[in-house]
Design a protein around this ligand. Sequence first.
Ligand code: SOE
Length: 405
Amino acid sequence: MADTRPRLGIGMVGYAFMGVAHSHAWRTAPRFFDLPLAPDMAVVAGRDEQAVRAAADRLGWRDTETSWKALVAREDVDLVDVCTPGDTHADIAVAALEAGKHVLCEKPLANSVEEAETMVRAAEAARSAGALAMVGFTYRRVPAVQLAKRLVDEGRIGTVRHVRAQYLQDWIADPQAPLSWRLDRTKAGSGALGDIGAHVVDLAQFVTGEHLTGVSAVLETFVRERPLAASSSGLSGTGAADGATGPVTVDDAAVFLARLSGGGLATFEATRFAYGRKNAIRLEINGSAGSLAFDFEDMNVLHYFDASQPAWEAGFRRVVVTEPEHAYVGAWWPAGHGLGYEHAFTHQAVDLVRDVADHRQPRPSFADGLQVQRVLDAVERSAADRSTWTEVPAPAGASDDPTEE
Ligand code: SOE
């Protein structure tokens, strides 16, 4: 039966991990959700013609380009999906918005506050011409996170006193893990801070409805030299090249305190050195009337403590967030069957298509992305300012120099 819905031509730039996740979302969204527009996976762009052609065949894109500028210029592209490293987000998103295209840009929005501000200005200018922009903080669209926000918004935990947010991974805890673009400041902008810290900053602000007003931070790079990946040293195959190494120019871990606009206190941790933690996004919120706790490694569950319970029966309630009443869940499986990492990307695509059809500003907006970028920048400035650090004298006979045995 012919699809009578208006077409929404999608053009995606980049086809690595995020490109794969976004492609899955564009393929899946119209099959599980009623959409007012029909997403058309028109074209994917990548510099290597043979590789991008193979990616298009594998991921379901109709055509390819080897230049993002050519993709942006195409008449059959209405929305540009930016799935590239952070050093290209601003150029691609601004060009697309100026060409009147809608934009979905992966997180973090940019590699600097200045770039993010430029992107916000372009988004504001483009909106008057009908083009809309969203930044891809997908974890907001996990049903358990949506439930957490609903409980906060309904006052069920009262005034927020504490937020405890962690994003723990371990994929480079091995010093022999080779260099990648994520460890190169010129490409990634920062390390764990911008890659995964950005997610928990956005989550904390989204769920509480508050913003961070100030931070005090430490950053650390534990492993400063790493083997070059064979592919980047001109050798064939993957894995480390023989002996060649290169510098790590980003943080391996970020730890910071923060104050929230509602008066509460927050602690954040983002690290890629937490052996055993693969993608552990943990958010605990303690309020004046209760608490919430979420762990992405158990992503279909939200723990809720209602402080009004009588002491003899009080305890955290383990809510299995798989009922049709829960956000997005009704489109998927019966209660108890659960969702995964990829579903939040599909929810992101669904909401963006509906926002475009209704000419509604998508959230998180580029302005939301700029707020996160300002937090990241404040963390880096705080970490660089040792004047706020209070030394503790080493115990007698001990050294506080980590390089000394
Ligand atoms: C980091 O390893 C990463 O790939 C992030 O960059 C993504 O945003 C997150 O969804 C999964 O982990």
